[in-house]
Design a protein around this ligand. Structure first.
Ligand code: KIV
Ligand code: ZN
Length: 506
């Protein structure tokens, strides 16, 4: 295998990894994350070696502001960044959120393409140029690290884009981002854009150029790599490739492409890929977005071999059909079979192999529930254990817990008996409904009156077999100006133990 070790690549060719899972990623419809989940994710990203964590858009909501502020206080190794439009109020709020960061960054942006300037901003190009100088200078007066983005750069008239970039650098921007906002570009075109701008804009050597690619044509990763070849030294990425519409370039794919094809792509990152699988599973668990089975690097089938010919080759030498090792990205290599006779030590080792290091309390909790599961289930697969642990981690934010649920669904009607523990106090209700889900929601409504309406209900089996564990995502819509409950629920319906992991805005 030709994987190039990270240490063999000179500093000059290091690519800054800028993770936007919590900002652009959270902009995917239905992907909202709670404050506690964001804090946990920030720790995983920092441990992984991500250079810049874009933690939110502080002016967008108090929740986003608080997430950026608390992450800025918590994280010491990575730069913590907030997004701001080219307006003083946005930039001030962002500066306030990153104020306590050891390394803080303001990321300010404005659209530069004709279609965005005319219809979205309703501004003339000269006014946009002035706004760039004003906003970047204002941000630079507040922090030393300022990124400026030309939204819709790939559909921007080239000479105007160059004038904008020059103005941003003159005003003090230290990173210049040229996003393919609508996922319209293709690799050779996007690479050439960077080559041209970097070689012709006066002062370009004073800034790091950044690629931010959307996946509308499935080209986000290829475009980002072409940008690196064209001179970009920062890539804006998201775990599992989540983000607006078809998503952003996937962190795990770019990091591994640079490592595995170091022979042709001699660029390093500071990301330790062994944390990739854990980060991917955590993001999937907290957003409720399943990872497609054949997803590169992190999909369940990414290292699975089904055909006899492939299996035979693999048994003779793994390099016959694998270009990287599953252990490199934190997928357990050996499959220790876990069951009811397994002890705490084996369980801890298993967790380590799966990329988890739990504190004593979380370990005890997960081990107790593993034993309960092993009593009920003949085979406890790795995915069962991952589901158990993700569930335990998500418990930190739990306010309402389902302690008992009995649903009757038959041709003569549907009903539910439900007991919820609210802040530890049990409360029981019975209700009927048009189907079992409706009956459960009517019972919830009796215990916790609210005005939420159900927008999404989906169940994904996360392990194998007819006795599989499933993750249930319930995504109610909040009604304006009225109290709401349960923005997202992850529940495990297995042997009657379901739970509501999170309640917000009550
Ligand atoms: O896609 C985009 O252009 C963005 C900017 C705000 C950087 O997300
Ligand atoms: Zn974007």
């Amino acid at each position: 295998m030709t994987t190039v070790p990270a240490g063999a690549i000179s500093k000059r060719d290091n690519v800054v990894v800028f993770d936007t899972t919590m900002r652009d990623g959270e902009q995917s419809p239905g992907a909202s994350m709670s404050l506690e989940e964001k804090l946990e994710l920030a720790k995983i990203l920092e441990e992984m070696g991500v250079d810049v964590i874009e933690a939110g858009f502080p002016i967008a909501s108090n929740g986003d502001f608080e997430a950026v502020r608390q992450i800025a206080e918590l994280i010491t190794e990575s730069t913590v960044c907030g997004l701001a439009r080219a307006a003083a109020g946005d930039i001030d709020r962002c500066a306030e959120a990153v104020r306590r960061a050891k390394r803080g960054r303001i990321h300010t942006f404005i659209s530069t393409s004709p279609v965005h300037m005319k219809y979205k901003l309703q501004m003339e190009p000269d006014a946009v140029l002035e706004a760039i100088t004003r906003s970047v200078s204002h941000a630079r007066n507040l922090v030393g690290d300022v990124e400026w983005s030309a939204e819709d750069a790939t559909r921007t008239e080239r000479d105007f884009l160059k004038r904008c970039v020059e103005a941003a650098i003159k005003a003090g921007a230290t990173t210049i981002n040229l996003p393919d906002t609508v996922g319209y570009s293709y690799p050779s075109e996007y690479g050439e854009l960077f080559r041209d701008v970097i070689t012709s804009v006066p002062g370009a050597d004073k800034a790091i150029f950044s690629a931010h690619c959307h996946n509308d044509l499935g080209l986000a990763v290829a475009n980002s790599i072409a940008a690196i070849e064209g001179g970009a030294r920062q890539v804006e990425v998201a775990i599992n490739g989540i983000g607006e519409r078809a998503g952003n370039a996937a962190l795990e794919e770019i990091v591994m492409a640079l490592r595995v094809r170091g022979d042709h792509l001699p660029y390093g990152t500071s990301v330790d890929p062994v944390h990739i699988t854990r980060a991917s599973r955590y993001v999937s668990a907290i957003t409720g977005f399943p990872v497609q089975f054949n997803k590169a690097i992190v999909g369940k089938n990414a290292f699975a071999h089904e055909s006899g010919i492939h299996q035979d080759g693999m048994l003779k030498n793994a390099e016959t059909y694998e270009i990287m090792k599953p252990e490199d990205v934190g997928q357990g290599a050996t499959n220790l079979v876990m069951g009811k006779h397994s002890g705490r030590h084996a369980f801890r080792e298993k967790l380590k192999a799966l990329g988890y290091e739990l504190g004593q309390n979380a370990l005890n909790d997960a081990f107790g529930r593993f034993k309960e599961l092993a009593d009920k289930k003949k085979h406890v697969f790795d995915d069962d254990i991952v589901a158990l642990v993700d569930d335990a981690l998500a418990r930190g934010s739990e306010k309402i817990r389902v302690s008992r649920l009995r649903v009757v669904a038959g041709t003569d009607g549907q009903s539910a008996e439900l007991t919820l523990d609210i802040d530890g106090v049990p409360s029981t209700a019975e209700a009927t409904g048009d189907g079992p889900v409706d009956a459960v929601f009517n019972a919830i409504h009796k215990i916790v009156p609210h005005s939420a309406a159900l927008r999404l209900f989906q169940v994904h089996a996360v392990t194998e077999g007819t006795d599989a564990q499933a993750q249930v995502q319930v995504d109610p819509v909040r009604q304006a100006c009225r109290p709401a409950v349960a923005v997202r629920t992850h529940a495990r319906f297995e042997g009657g133990s379901s739970r509501i992991a999170e309640r917000r805005g009550v």
